[in-house]
Design a binder for this molecule. Structure first.
Ligand code: FE2
Length: 721
């Protein structure tokens, strides 16, 4: 079991999910460099609390080196763009122009860096003033500070025969006549530069040769060297790492640490909302000093997994002894599918790896959120995130300039993906893994990214898919794959709440990264900016699947209804369900005067985030509602998307409800959904012998049985429950 001393060792692996027989690389680092023991472990249960079934990790023999040397590897956040200009030269004229919008204009930072054989010209912000920095000498380009979040056009015309640069800073009228009044006209600034021919080296936007150093946007960049015109367009190949040069000279740039694209540029005038309709309005990129896509550490070890390694949740375990004799430990989890072509189990647990990426290094436990109180006592993993902001942010935070974090990556230490880490939601999902082990029906492990990449094929071998406690983030390919698998007879057990909620996108060019637009509505810690509701990676409209016409209710019978992190409660059994066609789910399940799930993490099986059965949102009419939880405290509030024009709703609110449902799907398939994140925390009570565990076990066993589920479509209304 992990100790509670401050963490020294962190790491990540690439990839997160792979097949037995494939290769995985570990990247580790320690703030106390030195030798460490390395081993492969299998995680049966990563939950050390008394609500779980017990922490259970098993060491597995492997070809890993038993000892490795850990260095203190640094993280260098900050996104920027580089263009290699070697071979380009000028004998008369150089002109550099671009648009800029600063989001923290008072911070010292570097907007651009042009390096030639005569040294470099940097354009920097110094105390809010935009300045040319020539070999360390700062020349303010206008006396008025740059306004926050306003576009300016910068032009630098250099006569290299005379050794003179003329710089202009201009701004166009905005949507606010009053704010435009504040902008003064400014005369061009003329200053001396070294005379003579230029051999170009490189151009950097958003930073310096040492990395990213700017919060804000760059748009429409151009560089002219005598008669050679270079022009870049950020709206081209938005899903790629490239910054496309469009004048035919093929001087494409490279983006580093995943700055945001699909953001509005200086010419956006709100006449279009979708960037694919008029890409020129989105010719811009947003750099952040805290973007971190790839830690790019030196590898610590490479392991080819044995072909016969059973599918499961595994981890690299790194242990080292400190000077004071205490032992430091880090476990870097990953998910193993059966080898290609190898037999599979009938059941698979779908690890919510897209959701883990969304929550990667989230700060809610110590910073709080409007619906989450701060915790006083933190586990070492979360303390590490607090003390080391360089590990980057999650999609639950804003960047330091206030813009929402739209991109998150797993190619960096992800501290809450650790056995024992609190909250959403790897550790709870290992409780479900342990429960499935207890039921005694063999199961494999697959990850969301497998489903995204392989679609239906990833699910096809399985009769039963079990979800984690909070499968919230889904790409189109993931949802399509699940839907196709359901149509072919797949049986889905959804053991969580607030699932299938946000649309996300992936790009093959940025492996391990995920994009999210928190568009229009929904329970969210930030909101997309105007004109930025469409993903850069795919061009798809972002936001909730419900607003995209694919409410979770359609696939799983329930959808997000309410959230509250106070007390979890019980469900009330629907008596009619005990004699319905779903009565088998109740076999051997004793209720407590009509109640089930009366204890568990937080006080009951229904809590944190709830899903409701609702035919208006697409829940199938033939579903049997087995039980419902309704009697919540005032902290449990209906979701934001279900508020109309007023907050004056009846108490208790009929929309605030968790429903357990069962229904048949085509080709002999079925769905069982529990409507609550807290379900996992009620499974392990009394050695898995309790109402919640017993009914879940009934479902797992019956769903694993090949006998088809058949629903007679002429069953008359009203429904039998
Ligand atoms: Fe969530």
């Amino acid at each position: 079991m992990p100790d509670n001393s401050p963490k020294d060792i962190t790491g990540y692996c690439e990839p997160w999910s792979l097949r037995a027989g494939e290769e995985i690389t570990l990247f580790s680092s320690s703030h106390s460099p030195g030798p460490a023991k390395l081993s492969l472990v299998r995680i049966h249960c990563g939950d050390p609390t008394s609500y779980g079934p017990g922490f259970s990790v098993e060491e597995i023999a492997s070809d890993l080196p038993s000892r490795v040397e850990l260095a203190d590897q640094l993280l260098r956040p900050g996104s920027y763009a580089t263009i290699d200009l070697q071979g380009l030269c000028a004998t008369e004229q150089v002109e550099l122009s671009f648009s800029v919008l600063a989001t923290r204009p008072q911070e010292p930072q570097t907007l651009a860096w042009l390096e030639t054989s005569k040294g470099h010209l940097a354009i920097v912000l110094d105390s809010g003033l935009i300045c040319a920095d020539l070999l360390g000498t700062l020349t303010p380009l206008r006396s008025q500070p740059l306004a926050n979040r306003r576009w300016y056009e910068l032009t630098f015309s250099v006569d290299i025969v005379l050794g003179q640069c003329t710089a202009t800073v201009e701004t166009k009228p905005s949507a606010s006549p009053a704010r435009d009044l504040l902008e003064s006209e400014c005369e061009p600034m003329v200053f001396d530069v070294p005379a003579g021919n230029r051999d170009f080296v490189r151009l950097i936007f958003g930073g310096t040769p040492t990395g990213g150093f700017f919060d804000g946007r760059n748009g429409h960049p151009k560089l002219r060297a005598d008669n050679t015109m270079l022009e870049w367009d950020f709206s081209k190949e938005m899903a790629s790492t490239r910054m496309i040069e469009v004048s035919g000279n093929k001087r494409h740039g490279t983006l580093h640490q995943l700055p945001a694209r699909g953001v509005t540029g200086p010419t956006w005038d709100n006449s279009h909302q979708r960037w694919t309709d008029e890409p020129s309005h989105w010719n811009a990129v947003h750099f952040h000093k805290d973007d971190l896509y790839d830690a790019a550490w030196a590898p610590t070890a490479v392991l080819r997994l044995p072909t016969g390694l059973p599918s499961g949740i595994y981890a690299f375990r790194v242990m080292s002894e400190r000077g004071d004799g205490s032992v430091q430990e880090d476990n870097v989890p990953f998910f193993v599918r059966p080898a290609e072509g190898a037999p599979t189990a009938d059941v698979a647990l779908l690890m919510s790896s897209a959701t883990y990426i969304a929550y990667a290094n989230h700060r809610m436990l110590f910073e709080g959120a409007d619906f989450i109180p701060r915790k006083n006592r933190l586990r070492p993993e979360h303390e590490y995130v607090r003390n080391h902001p360089e590990v980057g942010r999650s999609m639950y935070e804003k960047h330091s300039d206030g813009s929402g974090v739209m991109f998150s990556s797993r190619r960096r230490p992800v501290l809450h993906l650790r056995p024992g880490a609190d909250g959403w939601n790897f550790t709870p999902d290992t409780d479900i893994n342990a429960f499935l082990g207890h039921v005694g029906v063999a199961h494999d492990i697959i990850g969301d990214e497998d489903l995204h990449q392989d679609g239906f094929t990833a699910l096809a071998p399985y009769r039963v898919i079990v979800t984690g406690s909070h499968p919230e983030y889904w790409s189109t390919a993931m949802l399509d794959g699940l839907e196709e698998w359901q149509r072919s007879g797949g049986r889905l057990i959804y053991l969580g709440g607030n699932g299938f909620y946000w649309r996300v996108a992936f790009s093959d060019d940025w492996p391990g990264a995920m994009e999210l637009r928190r568009a229009e509505d929904g329970v969210r810690n930030w909101q997309t900016a105007a004109g930025e509701n469409y993903h850069a990676f795919t061009g798809e409209y972002g936001g909730m699947w419900r607003r995209n016409g694919r409410a979770p209710n359609e696939l799983v019978g329930v959808g997000f209804a309410a959230q509250g992190f106070g007390k979890a409660i019980h469900y009330d059994v629907n008596p009619a369900s005990r004699t319905s066609r779903a009565a088998w789910i109740w076999d051997g399940v004793t209720d407590d005067e009509g109640r089930i799930g009366t204890s568990g993490l937080g006080g009951g099986a229904a809590g944190q985030e709830l899903d409701r059965y609702d035919t208006r949102l697409g829940s199938p009419e033939h579903a049997v509602v087995l039980a419902s939880a309704t009697n919540f405290g005032p902290d449990m509030i209906r979701t934001k998307e279900e508020f109309a024009g007023s907050v004056d709703y009846p108490t208790p609110d009929p929309y605030v409800r968790a429903d357990i449902v069962f229904f048949e799907t085509p080709a002999g398939g079925a769905v069982f959904s529990v409507g609550s994140i807290s379900w996992f925390g009620a499974l392990a009570r009394n050695g898995f012998d309790n109402d919640i565990a017993n009914m879940t076990a009934n479902v797992v066993r019956r769903f694993a049985d090949p006998e088809p589920f058949v629903y007679e479509t002429n069953t008359p209304y009203p429904r039998e429950d």
